[in-house]
Design a protein. Structure first.
Length: 293
């Protein structure tokens, strides 16, 4: 049976379990013809789920709430990393002085900007200083955070950073920084990827979806036991030239996959409360429960 899965952005090592399932032929052996689709825009998968163009979408768990629609279902989280805001080490004092801070980000909009500022604000409160909203400017650029900061000294930091990417790149390049994640700032982590589907897809392809999750669990276990082969699988499928940076990113990413992918109604409950507190989205108890049941 055909299973179309749309990614949240461009192909990268966060998607290795699915790539391994395709390359190894394990999905085929299970009777599944899995097609991996890279979207044009970050939220395309939600509209495509609604209209039945795809069967599964993977995206950050906060979008289960922000882009909720009747029939949206969680299949479970398969990847979680540290995430947050990266500040140049030499700009931390500027931040503490409530100076004007310029942040590069791949997505500048009212919701992501509000969350990004909240992370910085809570960090400041935890450490006894104050940040004014008008002093933090988010500039939409792209995902190449380290390059953007290196090429433009006016950027004091970056937002929407995943540690297994930007954190690792900064370490390798000696780019000193303060990484404000959920351990540095009191907010619920959401730097993760959740498999999502719809009730109508489950009604039509429920057994195939179940088999997809089973095989993907197996692929996580396989790549975690075969890290060097996992690197080769990624490079061959992505048709990407091998590099020391990507080698290290893959090795850091692999342990972050979950071998027990399952819908969990409590895993992102604090995140739902966080989004409600920020007046971003509030689901009724019935809407919330429908995501997980």
């Amino acid at each position: 049976m055909n299973i179309k899965i749309a990614l949240e952005w461009f192909l990268n090592p966060d998607h290795l379990p699915m790539v391994a399932g395709v390359v190894s032929g394990k999905y085929k052996e299970a009777g599944l013809d899995v097609e991996i689709i890279q979207p044009t825009e970050h939220y395309d998968g939600f509209e495509d789920l609604k209209t039945g163009k795809i069967d599964i979408h993977c995206n950050e768990p906060l979008h289960l709430y922000e882009h909720y629609f009747d029939g949206l279902k969680s299949l479970g989280c398969f990847f979680e990393t540290r995430g947050g805001v990266m500040i140049r080490a030499d700009r931390v004092e500027k931040l503490k002085a409530n100076g004007k801070i310029k942040i590069t980000t791949p997505a500048s909009n009212p919701v992501t900007n509000k969350i990004g500022f909240e992370i910085i604000k809570r960090y400041a409160q935890k450490h006894g200083f104050k940040i004014d909203r008008e002093n933090v400017e988010f500039i939409e650029t792209d995902f190449w955070h380290i390059n953007n900061m290196k090429n433009d000294e006016s950027f004091d930091g970056a937002w929407l950073c995943f540690y297994n990417f930007e954190g690792i790149e900064a370490e390798l390049e000696g780019f000193e920084n303060l990484f404000i994640d959920q351990f540095e700032s009191p907010y619920p982590n959401f730097s993760a990827l959740e498999f999502m589907t719809t009730q109508s897809t489950m009604d039509e392809k429920g057994e195939a979806i179940k088999k997809f999750i089973e095989v993907t669990n197996d692929m996580v276990a396989y790549i975690q036991s075969n890290e060097l082969e996992a690197q080769s699988i990624y490079y061959d499928y992505a048709k990407e030239e091998r590099s020391a940076l990507m080698d290290t990113i893959i090795l850091d990413t692999i342990p972050r996959f979950d071998t027990n992918i399952k819908s969990d109604n409590m895993r992102w409950k604090e995140l739902a409360n966080f989004l409600e507190e920020l007046d971003i989205v509030k689901l009724s108890d019935e809407q919330y429960s429908k995501i997980w049941n």
